[in-house]
Design a protein around this ligand. Structure first.
Ligand code: ADP
Ligand code: GLC
Length: 490
C-alpha cells in the first residue's frame, strides 16, 4: 500500500514527547512490512537545511479566507532507513524555536499553522504524484486531513481510493479554536454541527477528524475504553462512543536500537541480562550527574517527563517531603508548568544529598536515568500509552505506575505469592495511594532482594515490538483498502 504519514513531530528531527518517538519508529516498521510510506512534517527552525535536499517545487495551498499560501519542500530520510520524510517549509509558520509554544504560551496562530500542515500534505501528495491508499494522521495537528478528504476532496479523482486513519495520542489536546477557523478550513459551514466539527460553539478539529475518518485508534487498548467515559473523555466521550465501531486500541512499540542498555550510546557502560553489573556503573554515573552522594546500595528512583498535571506531578509534589525521610535518592528530569519547575527545584535545593532535579529537555540524561535508576516513577492521572515505563523495563528499572491507560496494559503488579510482576501499581490517584506504593517498593528493594532482582530480569526479557504494532495497523489499513479496490470493479 501507499501510505502517507503526517505528524507534527518526528524524532530525531523534532520531539516534545512520545508522538515524536512513535512517528520516528512506526513508519520504519511499516516499510519493513513492504509498504511504500512517506512522512510529512513541518520544517521547524531547528531542523537544519544542510543535510536535506531542496525539491524544485512549491506548493500553493488554498487557505480559505487567508488566500493562497506557499510552502517549500525539503526531503530527507529517517535515520538508518529508506523512509522518505518531507519537510514543509514556511518561515512565518514554522521558523520558530518552539513547536507549539514558547515560554509556556501556545502560539496564537496554531490553528492556521496546523491546518496549513494538513492541507499542504494533500497538495504535496499530488505534486509528488504519490496516490496514497492510506493517509495516517496523528492527533489534532493533522486531524483536518480526514475532514478535508470527505469534504473539499470528496470528488477529487486523485484521492478516490484514499482512506484515512487517525491516531489519538492524547485526547486532552483537541485543537479547539474560535469558530472563525471554519473560514480557513473552508470545508463549508454546513459541517459546523455538533455531530461533526462544532463543540460549544467552537471548532474542534479532533472531533471533526473522528467524525470523518475511516478508522481511528488510541495507543493502548485500555485507553480506547477509557476515552469513552466521562472521567477520561475530555468532553468527547459521547462523540467517541458514537464512532466506536471504527475505534481500535494498538499499543505502541519500542525502538530498541535507541532504548536498550546493551547498545545505548549514552551510557558509561552497556549492560544486559548476562552483564547486569554494568547497571551499577550507570547508577554511579547518574548519581554523579545529579551531584548526589555515590552510594551503590541506596535505592535510586528516577522520573523523566513533561511536568504537567497528566504525569501525576501534583501527586508527587504532595508526597515528596514524606519521601525524604526514606533511605532513598530521587532524580527528576522534566520541564513544563512553571509552578512545578519552581517547586521541585526548591525541594532539590533543600535536600541536595537526596533529591536531584534538572529542569529542561535532555535526551542523554533521559537515557542515563532509565539505565541508572532502580525504580522509575510514572504516577500519571491518565496515560494513553506511555513510553518511559516500557523503556524502563528493558533497563531493569522497575516502574511504579498508576493503573491507567497504557501503564495498566504494560505493567503487572508485583505478586510475591505467585512470583509475578514487573513493577508496582496503584489504582486511585491520591497522594496516599502513591505514598504507600512507593513505600512498598522501597521495602521490597531492601527486604526482598531476590524478588526484586527476579523482577528486574523478567522485565528485561520483555519485548514490545514495533513490528507487532505495525502489523496491527496493517490489518486495519487492509480492511479499508480492499473494499475500495473491489468497488473499482463494480
Ligand atoms: P508523553 O508523550 O505524554 O510526553 P511518553 O512516555 O509517551 O509521554 O513519551 C515521552 C518521551 O519524551 C520519552 O521518550 C521521554 O524520554 C521524552 N522526554 C520527556 N521529557 C523529557 C525531557 N525533559 N528530557 C528528555 N526527554 C524527555
Ligand atoms: C502521547 C501520550 C503518551 C503516548 C504518546 C505516544 O503524548 O501522552 O501516553 O505514549 O503520545 O503515543
Amino acid at each position: 500500500m501507499n501510505i502517507l504519514f503526517v505528524a507534527s513531530e518526528v524524532a530525531p528531527f523534532a520531539k516534545t514527547g512520545g508522538l515524536g518517538d512513535v512517528s520516528g519508529a512506526l513508519p520504519k516498521a511499516l516499510k519493513k512490512l513492504g509498504h511504500e510510506i512517506k512522512l510529512v512534517m513541518p520544517r521547524y527552525y531547528d531542523i537544519k537545511r544542510d543535510k536535506l535536499e531542496k525539491l524544485p517545487i512549491s506548493l500553493g495551498v488554498d487557505m480559505g479566507s487567508l488566500g493562497e499560501i506557499w510552502a517549500g519542500v525539503y526531503r530527507g530520510y529517517l535515520p538508518k532507513s529508506k523512509v522518505e520524510i518531507y519537510f514543509l517549509e514556511h518561515e512565518g509558520f514554522f521558523g520558530r524555536s518552539g513547536l507549539y509554544d514558547e515560554n509556556g504560551f501556545a502560539y496564537d496562530d496554531n490553528a492556521i499553522r496546523f491546518i496549513f500542515l494538513s492541507k499542504a500534505s494533500l497538495v504535496l501528495s499530488k505534486a509528488l504524484n504519490f496516490k496514497p491508499d492510506i493517509i495516517h494522521a496523528n492527533d489534532w495537528h493533522s486531524a483536518s486531513i480526514p475532514i478535508l478528504l470527505k469534504t473539499l476532496y470528496l470528488k477529487d479523482e486523485f484521492f478516490k481510493e484514499t482512506s484515512s486513519m487517525l491516531t489519538i495520542h492524547n485526547l486532552q489536546h483537541q485543537g479547539n479554536f474560535d469558530k472563525s477557523v471554519m473560514n480557513i478550513l473552508s470545508v463549508g459551514w454546513e459541517h459546523f454541527t455538533p455531530l461533526k466539527l462544532e463543540a460549544m460553539d467552537r471548532v474542534n478539529l479532533l472531533k471533526g477528524g473522528i467524525a470523518f475518518c475511516d478508522a481511528f485508534n488510541t495507543v493502548s487498548k485500555k485507553y480506547s475504553h477509557e476515552i469513552q467515559t466521562s472521567e477520561f473523555g475530555f468532553g468527547l466521550q459521547e462523540h467517541i462512543q458514537a464512532h466506536s465501531h471504527k475505534l481500535f486500541g494498538i499499543l505502541n512499540g519500542v525502538d530498541y536500537d535507541e532504548w536498550s542498555p546493551a547498545v545505548d550510546k549514552y551510557l558509561v557502560k552497556n549492560f544486559d541480562i548476562d552483564s547486569f553489573n554494568g547497571k551499577e556503573e550507570c547508577k554511579k554515573d547518574l548519581q554523579k550527574a545529579f551531584g548526589l552522594p555515590v552510594k551503590a546500595k541506596t535505592l535510586l528512583i528516577g522520573f523523566v517527563g513533561r511536568l504537567v498535571e497528566q504525569k501525576g506531578i501534583g501527586l508527587i509534589a504532595s508526597v515528596i517531603e514524606g519521601l525524604m525521610s526514606f533511605d532513598i535518592q530521587i532524580v527528576m528530569l522534566g520541564s513544563g508548568e512553571k509552578w512545578a519547575e519552581g517547586f521541585f527545584s526548591e525541594v532539590a535545593s533543600r535536600y541536595h544529598d537526596k533529591f536531584g532535579c534538572y529542569i529542561g529537555y535532555n535526551n542523554k540524561l533521559a537515557h542515563k536515568i532509565e539505565a541508572g535508576s532502580d525504580i522509575f516513577l510514572m504516577p500519571s492521572l491518565f496515560e494513553p500509552c506511555g513510553l518511559n515505563q516500557i523503556y524502563s523495563l528493558r533497563y531493569g528499572t522497575l516502574p511504579i505506575v498508576r493503573a491507567t491507560g497504557g501503564l495498566d496494559d504494560t505493567i503487572e503488579n508485583y505478586d510475591k505469592q505467585k512470583d509475578k510482576g514487573n513493577g508496582f501499581k496503584f489504582l486511585f490517584a491520591t497522594p496516599d495511594a502513591l505514598y504507600h506504593t512507593i513505600k512498598w517498593a522501597v521495602q521490597t528493594y531492601y527486604n526482598e532482594r531476590d524478588d526484586f532482582k527476579m523482577m528486574q530480569l523478567r522485565a528485561m526479557r520483555e519485548h514490545f515490538s514495533w513490528m507487532d504494532a505495525a502489523s496491527k495497523y496493517e490489518d486495519i489499513y487492509k480492511s479499508l483498502y480492499y473494499p475500495k479496490k473491489i468497488q473499482r470493479y463494480k
